[in-house]
Design a protein around this ligand. Structure first.
Ligand SMILES: *Cc1c(COP(=O)(O)O)cnc(C)c1O
Length: 320
């Protein structure tokens, strides 16, 4: 039994939940369901759309956060690490998911947050702290060099040996976890033409594009302001995980609605309308923008009439 197999809560009264081992608590509900949306705004362009409800796979680590973390958690356990250290912004879903995983597995987590400490903690960091994560902060200048020994070495001195997971959980292990998500879609909906995913750090699209059949197109929708800068990063992640570029993917840079975590009246209107029609509250930072891109391009050469499209609902986390 590795350290990570120990129950997290020694001393708690034995209930069915506390008697489960850490890995049992991390068991996902996969494959996540796919549902077709009936939407006249797409039908009139001859486009069919399915949602891949990956937000439902785990209550604490939904969607791509489970997909990217689980391989890293296994590696940490195999290598005997008791601590997992990762990086993120103050509103990072990945930070919160890592903290939840630490609680469920009974391992220590350290979150290195970009920028200055603010009290009281915002809801994301408050929840991470409540899950037992140790929070520490790096100024923006040093944060940019977070992958270098000059930053990592002092952290090792301070927190002891740890398994390092890069920002967003996007490394070779995380990308391979997302390849499984692509393979799942291929098994469930073999007639698909196009898969749409939101892009933040790029790990999800890098993996999904490698897991679907080579004849499918994969469209990533950048949620960050800027043009072109994610393409080399996704290429790099695919090279690290698979040894080279995989799949027919491209990234749309025109649906960020002002940039990361920004919203516009147009996006809010799209979300309200979607909720009224389908009863689904879209997560605003990533999922709403990627679906707005599908609706905004339906019928154009990007999403031509006759297309069968799968949009991956990569979240939301339940604490949002
Ligand atoms: C973190 C997150 C993403 C971003 O995925 P990347 O692999 O970083 O591109 C997308 N959707 C949701 C809901 C997320 O929480």
């Amino acid at each position: 039994m590795s350290a990570a197999d120990q129950p997290a809560s020694d001393g708690d009264p034995v209930t069915p939940e506390s008697a489960r081992t850490g890995w049992e608590r991390l068991t996902p509900r996969i494959p996540s369901p796919v549902v077709e949306l009936d939407d006249e705004r797409l039908r009139r362009h001859g486009v069919r759309l399915w949602l891949k409800r990956d937000d439902l796979i785990h209550p604490d680590l939904p969607g791509n956060k489970w997909r990217k973390l689980v391989g890293n958690l296994r590696r940490a356990a195999d290598e005997g690490h008791r601590t997992l250290l990762t990086f993120g912004g103050a509103y990072s879903h990945h930070i919160a998911a890592t903290a939840a995983a630490g609680r469920l597995l009974g391992i220590d987590t350290v979150g290195v947050i970009r920028g200055e400490a603010h009290r009281p903690l915002n809801p994301v960091l408050g929840r991470a702290a409540a899950d037992g994560m140790t929070l520490t902060y790096l100024d923006r200048e040093r944060y940019r060099r977070k992958h270098l020994p000059e930053v990592l070495d002092p952290l090792r001195e301070r927190f002891g040996d740890f398994h390092h997971v890069p920002e967003g959980g996007s490394n070779d292990l995380g990308v391979r976890g997302c390849r499984d998500l692509g393979a799942e879609i291929a098994a469930q909906l073999p007639g698909t033409d196009l898969v749409c995913v939101p892009v933040g750090s790029g790990g999800t699209i890098a993996g999904v594009a490698a897991g679907v059949p080579p004849s499918w197109r994969v469209l990533g929708v950048s949620v960050l302001r800027g043009d072109g800068f994610l393409d080399p990063e996704v290429t790099r992640l695919q090279r690290e995980a698979f040894g080279g570029r995989r799949g027919d993917w491209s990234i749309d840079y025109r649906h960020h609605f002002g940039g990361y975590a920004r919203r516009t009246p147009e996006l809010d209107g799209f979300m309200a309308d979607f909720r009224a029609r389908h009863g689904i509250r879209l997560e605003p930072v990533y999922v709403a923008k990627s679906l707005a891109a599908v609706y905004g391009t339906a019928g154009s050469p990007l999403v031509p009439a006759g297309s069968r499209v799968v949009a991956v609902v990569t979240g939301p986390p339940p604490w949002w």
